[in-house]
Design a protein around this ligand. Structure first.
Ligand code: ADP
Ligand code: MG
Length: 731
């Protein structure tokens, strides 16, 4: 029998104040636990055994902690300077000691605590850690005695003790008690089962109700381990079912087939290509071409390493669509990149991009650029040509997504450097229905992460680089060694003298005023982060660089200024460009041979890889010099070592995932209460994610609305009501 409370709420929906009383409910609300369901879903952070103590060494000032420790001794005495009494209790986990202090006006309440906390007593203590005369202590902690000294219950000792994420005013045992009182009222039928029976038996998973009991009231360690395993499968299946359903919906509408047509712009373009396509480009090109020919919209992710030539692949697809009478849009994350794509497409197409214009090819089309900074008049003209179908290919930024942009024959949308776009924007692009979508990543992302974030897309990979790609040597330069740093600028001068260009990347535009960073500088761990403004000044006075023009490029510069800076750099007029990471994605200057990265230890691995990808694109080998302040043995230094060791973006992506803390992977909060993925770990659960993905695909294929499995359907529906960021967190 399913217990149904008044007003038709299910037991899980029932507010806690009706089940536990107002006081406890109010306390639990601080942890965002409002209903019985919330509370039951509040998972223990870890489990301990009575004999096994939770190390005090993890305690950090200002944090609220729960430790299991034994009492070493107590002392109760009047206070020196003030009236009142003080009880000091020393506890230990066997290695570390910590003090507890209790104050009171009279000695009576303190004597009570003292009597409960006799030496040898094992208890759970909860409170906020403070430092007093250099020692960590808890003031007025909450505690619960687990074992009185000498009184040991064997059976109790064997049971794992759940420790819950708790608050200062809501210690773990209060939560445990509240959960216990709810569990006493729960019947198996109250707990919905999202997992289809077949899936459960296939992977030998416990049922939803059993898992709940095993999580909160485990008898053995095996209980909670199996329960957690089940919860991981549950989260993975729901997530993958959401993605599979989304993918299914995107591709189940009709789409105008745009098969390859012989003798059109696409063929003409291929004939004129100044290089041979790589095997990978040909293969992916064929897959995409087939997608476009079908009456189902394409929904594809193209993963390719930096410099693998994704743009050509995308352009060939756009031309196929244009040949068939459709329009194509290319979306870039920044104006710099949009302009560059526009220019390079126009250059690659030559007179093919001048359709309808004097001197244009007979079979040509029109290519337009649409960005936010376009003048009103120009913008009107572009909008008019787009709406009239005159423009075959439009390149732009987010501006393309705005409501007043009409692209009536839009058949293919290409999204470049996807990591800056979200699912919502993907949906906006597809709003008209039937639009083919090609998403391209800037750098490879690990496979499990791709399955999670881009799980609704089919995936193609470009793993090889075009032939003749130049060597790029990477050197990590210890920034503390002045002679090494001097050598960096000499090398830059040599590159420029040899006809190359050099990027110099700073993480800041202006010198920092952030007190924390300045303090760090004063403490001598490192100087303030290099800034474009300051470094440019310095480099201009450096003897090694005398006579070499140095330019700058930063985000806030106006579009014209940016264009001018890029053009001067490209032409070699200003061969050194000090810039922020605005050049990070996609900038293509074949003559660039040197990449200097200041404070490289502050950059992420994929960012570093992107930056390095800017050089060695022409016919000269490249040199990447990464200046680091990271002491050996730190994660930052390990990251840089990995960076120097390989140029394979796919390998770096996996390494990156390995080096990141789990919390950073999806931006999920450590506490677990914000993220809806509480158990699943992207980093370590790839096997489960794989299995769930496979099953979810099969289920959705059999029954796209999941009507056969109402439990799963309900879970998927409610997950889809959360926004993307709520669900898997910001990436
Ligand atoms: P990414 O995949 O990083 O976006 P791009 O598409 O910008 O790479 O390509 C990098 C450079 O390689 C461009 O200058 C492009 O013209 C060139 N390129 C692309 N494919 C080939 C190829 N098959 N052979 C030689 N050069 C190529
Ligand atoms: Mg690119």
């Amino acid at each position: 029998m399913k217990a149904v409370a008044t007003d038709g709420l299910t037991l899980l929906e029932t507010p806690l104040d009706r089940m536990l009383g107002a006081r406890t409910a109010k306390a639990l609300e601080k942890l965002e636990l409002r209903t019985a369901g919330d509370l039951l879903a509040h998972a223990p952070r870890r489990y301990v055994h009575r004999g096994e103590l939770v190390p005090l060494s993890r305690a950090v000032e200002g944090e609220s902690v729960t430790v299991v420790a034994h009492v070493l001794g107590t002392s109760l005495r009047p206070m020196n300077a003030r009236r009142g009494f003080l009880l000091k209790v020393t506890i230990s986990d066997g290695v570390y000691d910590m003090s507890l202090t209790f104050f009171a006006k009279s000695s009576r309440p303190l004597a009570f605590h003292e009597s409960k906390l006799q030496p040898g007593t094992v208890a759970t203590f909860s409170g906020t850690v403070s430092a007093y005369r250099g020692e960590l202590q808890l003031t007025h902690p909450e505690y619960q005695v687990l074992e009185d000294a000498g009184d040991v219950n064997e059976e109790e000792i064997a049971r794992p003790l759940p420790l819950y994420p708790a608050g200062v005013k809501v210690p773990t045992w209060t939560i445990e008690k509240a959960i216990g009182s709810i569990l006493d009222q729960v019947q198996p039928d109250d707990i919905p089962e999202p997992l289809p029976d077949e899936f459960r038996s296939l992977h030998d998973l416990m049922g939803a109700y059993d898992a709940l009991i095993a999580l909160h009231r485990p008898v053995t360690d095996d209980d909670w381990k199996r329960a957690r395993e089940r919860m991981k499968f549950e989260e993975a299946l729901i997530l993958q079912a959401v993605l599979a359903q989304r993918g299914h919906e995107a591709t189940s509408v009709d789409s105008e087939p745009r098969p390859h047509l012989s003798g059109g712009i696409a063929d003409e373009f291929d004939q004129r290509l100044p290089f041979e396509l790589t095997d990978g480009q040909k293969k992916v090109g064929k897959v995409i071409s087939d997608d476009l020919s079908s009456a189902r919209p394409m929904n594809r992710l193209l993963q390719g390493d930096v410099g693998s030539g994704k743009t050509v692949v995308a352009l060939r697809a756009m031309l196929q669509v244009v040949d068939g009478g459709g329009q194509a849009a290319l979306l870039a994350p920044t104006e710099v990149l949009a302009e560059q794509h526009y220019r390079s497409i126009v250059t690659m197409l030559g007179d093919l991009a001048a359709g309808g214009m004097l001197g244009g090819s007979d079979i040509g089309t029109r290519v337009d650029l649409l960005t936010g900074s376009l003048g009103a008049k120009q913008k009107r003209a572009v909008l008019g040509r787009l709406a009239g179908g005159e423009t075959g290919i439009v390149v732009g930024t987010h501006a393309l997504l705005s409501d007043n942009v009409q692209i009536p024959f839009l058949s293919l949308a290409v999204v470049d450097e996807q990591h800056r776009f979200g699912v919502d924007q993907r949906d906006a692009l597809r709003a008209n229905g039937g639009v083919n979508l090609l998403v391209m990543t800037a750098t490879p992302i690990p496979r499990t992460l791709a399955m999670t974030v881009f799980g609704d897309l089919d995936v193609s990979e470009l793993t090889e680089l075009p032939a003749g790609r130049q060597e790029v040597t990477t050197t990590i330069v210890p920034a503390v060694k002045e002679t090494w740093v001097d050598r960096v600028w000499e090398r830059v001068a040599e590159e420029v003298q040899g006809g190359g260009r050099a990027f110099v990347i700073c993480s800041r535009i202006t010198p920092t005023e952030n007190p924390a960073l300045l303090e760090e500088a004063e403490e001598g761990t490192r100087p303030p982060l290099a800034s474009v403004d300051e470094l440019t000044e310095q480099l201009r006075t450096l003897p090694a660089l005398q006579g070499i023009p140095i330019g700058t490029l930063t985000g806030p510069m106006g579009p014209e200024e940016k264009n001018a800076a890029m053009a001067a750099f490209q032409s070699g007029e200003v061969p050194i460009l000090v810039a922020t990471t605005v050049v990070e994605v996609g900038v293509d200057v074949p003559d660039a041979t040197a990449m200097v990265i200041m404070d490289a230890d502050r950059f992420g691995l994929s960012q570093l890889h992107q930056l390095r990808g800017r050089i060695g694109r022409g016919n000269r080998p490249g040199i990447c010099l990464a200046l680091s302040w990271a002491p050996p043995g730190t994660v930052a230094s390990e990251r840089l070592d990995a960076f120097a060791a390989t140029r394979d973006g796919f390998a770096l992506a996996e390494k990156d995932l390995e080096l990141r803390r789990e919390g950073d992977v999806l931006g999920a909060s450590q506490s677990g209460s914000q993220s809806h993925l509480k158990y699943l770990r992207i980093r370590s659960d790839s096997r489960i994610i794989d299995l769930a993905r496979q099953s979810a695909g099969e289920l959705i294929e059999k029954d796209p609305t999941l009507a056969t499995w109402p439990g799963l359907r309900a879970a998927v529906d409610s997950a889809r009501q959360l926004s993307e960021t709520d669900y898997i967190g910001r990436n």
